[in-house]
Design a protein around this ligand. Structure first.
Ligand SMILES: NC(=O)c1ccc[n+]([C@@H]2O[C@H](COP(=O)([O-])OP(=O)(O)OC[C@H]3O[C@@H](n4cnc5c(N)ncnc54)[C@H](O)[C@@H]3O)[C@@H](O)[C@H]2O)c1
Length: 345
């Protein structure tokens, strides 16, 4: 298959690019290279004859038309997005432009290309979204694919809007789409403004480890390479017009996740005092969703997919990766906003 991956220089997109190339697919990575991008994420495949890179913005329709005509993909996997909730609180405009208008643009470019090719049945537009579109859960319950949308941050509202557009393009124009909504990812190449890398790097540097609110917010943690595997499976085997929730089967409170990472740091980089002494509770994020949990029943029963990595194993691998890859993360610490408290509104 020839797959056009948008956002392939980001965290999850680059995992998809690396895995797709490893499996023998041809990949065109389309990315505008925002602050969150890093071409080092795909350095391991950039010399492959299966790989091509196009620096382009999904808001630029002419660029999308040119790239589709030139590369003639069999499928589009759409991951390009503004993705950080805290940044969406400080500056929602970029989230509307990229996540909503950019997705609209990509859908229209894809529809024009697909129509010009005679509407091939095998073509796929795979939209990658988040469980945050479903809002916040109480102590119990899980999100299914039928849970009503209830987004509560500018980020999740923009992703919800993009999901609705994708479904509408299927229902109205017949575009062969699949959608996935996944839980929080973590793993290698995670940009150092997100919780897991922030904890590892602050622990390493002996700096306070910020935990929002009371640390009781619950997320379902998914190892990024498991996610990439699930995405390629849905692309190949998912039913057209259908969405699939993808979770890690690893629910954890933020504070417990942070303590687990500190435990790995104690073992790998022992200090006189345990690293969890650095934990510092800070003002909560406004509108901070309390709990997300995924019911992965559909992807498991229809496609036979389950995550392969437990959160304990995945965190161990991730901490070891950050400790071994300072050359990767060090230059990112000077990017705009990194290390600052964002999203206090
Ligand atoms: N990280 C998570 O835990 C998570 C969970 C669920 C869903 N998602 C979704 O998965 C996708 C990828 O997330 P991520 O964490 O890898 O994000 P990321 O921020 O690491 O990467 C996003 C990539 O998109 C590119 N991009 C942004 N705006 C663009 C534009 N206008 N045109 C072209 N490229 C642009 C960036 O340069 C970057 O390389 C997003 O759609 C996100 O909503 C992420």
């Amino acid at each position: 298959m020839k797959i056009l991956v948008t956002g392939g220089a980001g965290f999850i997109g680059s995992a998809v690019v690396r895995l797709a190339v490893a499996r023998g697919h041809r990949v065109v990575n389309l990315d505008s290279l925002t602050y969150a991008a890093n071409l080092e994420n795909v350095a391991s495949v950039s010399g492959s004859p299966l790989y091509a890179f196009e620096q382009a913005d999904i808001r630029d329709r002419a660029a999308l038309d040119r790239i589709l005509a030139e590369h003639r993909p069999d499928a589009i996997m759409h991951l390009a997005a503004e993705s950080h909730v805290d940044r969406s609180i400080d500056g929602p405009g970029a989230f509307i432009e990229t996540n909503v208008t950019g997705t609209y643009n990509l859908l229209e470019a894809a529809r024009a290309w697909w129509t010009a090719q005679g509407r091939p049945e095998g073509f796929r537009f795979h939209h990658i979204s988040t469980d945050e579109v479903f809002g916040s859960l109480g102590e119990t319950g899980q999100f299914t694919e039928d849970t009503p949308y209830d987004p509560r941050s500018p980020y999740s509202a923009s992703k919800a809007a993009s999901d609705h557009l994708v479904r509408a393009w299927h229902e109205t124009y017949g575009l062969p789409v699949v959608l996935t909504n996944c839980s929080n990812n973590y793993g290698p190449f995670h940009f150092p403004e997100k919780l897991v890398p922030v904890v590892i790097l602050n622990a390493l540097h002996g700096r306070p480890i910020p935990v929002y609110g009371d640390g009781g917010n619950v997320r379902d943690w998914l190892y990024v390479e498991d996610h990439a595997d699930a995405l390629l499976l849905v692309l190949e085997k998912g039913r057209i017009g259908r969405s699939y929730n993808i979770g890690g089967e690893n629910e954890a409170r933020n504070i417990d996740l942070v303590r687990t990472i500190c435990g790995h740091m104690d073992r790998l980089r022992p200090n006189a005092a345990p690293h969890d002494r650095l934990i510092t509770f800070v003002t909560d994020r406004p509108g901070h969703d309390r709990r997300y949990a995924i019911d992965p029943g559909r992807v498991r029963s229809e496609l036979g997919w389950r995550p392969s990595v437990t959160v304990e194993e995945g965190l161990r691998r991730t901490v070891e990766w950050y400790l071994a890859n300072e050359d990767w993360w060090r230059p990112l610490l000077t990017r705009q906003g990194v290390g600052e408290r964002l999203g206090k509104a």
